[in-house]
Design a protein around this ligand. Sequence first.
Ligand code: G4P
Length: 535
Amino acid sequence: MNLHKEINKRKTFAIISHPDAGKTTLTEKLLLYSGAIHIAGAVKSNKIKKTATSDFMEIEKQRGISVATSVLSFNYKGHIINLLDTPGHKDFAEDTYRTLTAVDSVILVIDSVKGVEEQTKKLMEVCRLRNYPVIIFINKMDREGKSPIELLDELEKNLDINVRPLSWPVGMGSSFKGVYNIYKNTFNFFKSNKTQIEDEIKIFKGLDDPEIDEAIGPDAGILREEIELVDSIYDNFNMEDYLSGILAPVFFGSAVNNFGIKELLETFVEIAPKPLARETTNGQIEPHNEKFSGFVFKIHANLDPRHRDRIAFFRVCSGKFERNKFYHHVRLGRDIKFPNPANFMAQDKSIVEDAFPGDVIGLYDSGIFKIGDTLTEGDSFMYKGIPRFSPEHFCEIINTDPFKSKQLEKGLMQLTDEGLAQLFIQNPGNRKVIGVVGPLQFDVIKYRLLNEFGASCNFSPIDAYKAVWIKYKKIEDIKDLTDLRSHNLYTDKNNNMVFIPNTKYILQLAKDKSPEAQFLMSVEHNDQTLDMEAS
Ligand code: G4P
């Protein structure tokens, strides 16, 4: 059957890492191997350099670049691979979490010198929540880093996942000789070469093969000892454990030197899952369900301020999407067709006629989409699992141009639809508060309000610990909040009650006084609650 065949061809994944570990470099090298691009340097980093934290033009430039590289689709040995890019900067972490809802597996890049870093831990927590299969690539083996055993220990301890090295490095830094593939008994000789793409690989009969001594010299003895140790510490690689997110295979390499990339890519296409079933308000929907459905996980504004349209990034989850066919927009209860859906083959956006589960398409959006919106072939379920977390920084919005209140209102609505920030309106009261994950987003919002909507405003920081969503059965359950803490009560854009306490202590007091109510640190975009209690 055609649909099955199309599904089986596809792999949709993201590369995640702490900034600077080598995500951009690895992305580029994967594209080089697949033949999707031919020259190095074609993929620009979409990270915002540390020096440019308040350089608006830089933010705009970066935004432009990240539209172009948000999704990269390429073919490799009969597979269609959709690689979803995630912003490296931690202030845009929420964008990354949302993008992760649209993939089926991830490759995690670790810097061999730095080991597991802060952002790595946070990203992995999100992957663990969803049990994504993870492949780990330990990068920068050409530098003097931590010992491989130390790195593996660190991964297991900090990331709550079992690991299994599938290859093993010989030496590191200036004495790095290459990598032995434990399962295939091959040795990949390291060459510091930024332009070559073919590895020099030698096949052996097994670890006892005397030709290994000839090939790598005195290090052969150490290699045998270390692999024996690895085999005794780590269980054999087990596909089922990998697919359920319990066990991560580990590879060593050097992205900038094109080293170890081929091995990684070949293993990826061999073991990474095809498009998976996803949870909806109506139970799980399988990709081979004949009826088309999917959801919006990201919205990007047009860079040209004269054009208000935006691109909604849409993950196809079941059935077949066809251009110009009417689909049901569940939240709006309307049927809509899309004459110009875009795909992202090797960076050139072009119109697609059809798309299959696992694919990501760009839908031109005149303001009809919010993150989490579902399209179906008539059914009215919604996809679940797109999180909205409590922001970390809060500011009251002060309108500085009373003649432009309408523009400000409109701008705030649009930017919050995109998920750039969350808007909370005091209730009772009318104070408008914007909450963001990282302070850099305040700069972006201010700049975009002025440039795209002609609205100017100031942000006045408020004393706030977190935004906590309140769920309750009877209004008496939250009497303490409504009677004594009403000045800390707000509503979000979907009219949910939100409590914004000044301190953690006040949050605890309020929780103690309202034991029947739920205090939640995150909700879903379509308002399904997630099980993350506020603390
Ligand atoms: P990111 O997207 O994860 O933030 O990292 P990116 O690929 O931009 O890589 C960060 C830096 O690490 C870059 O250097 C890159 O060249 C370097 N790098 C990537 N892979 C390797 C590797 O295998 N070995 C070594 N030694 N370095 C590696 P940069 O100086 O920040 O930028 P550039 O001027 O080299 O582009």
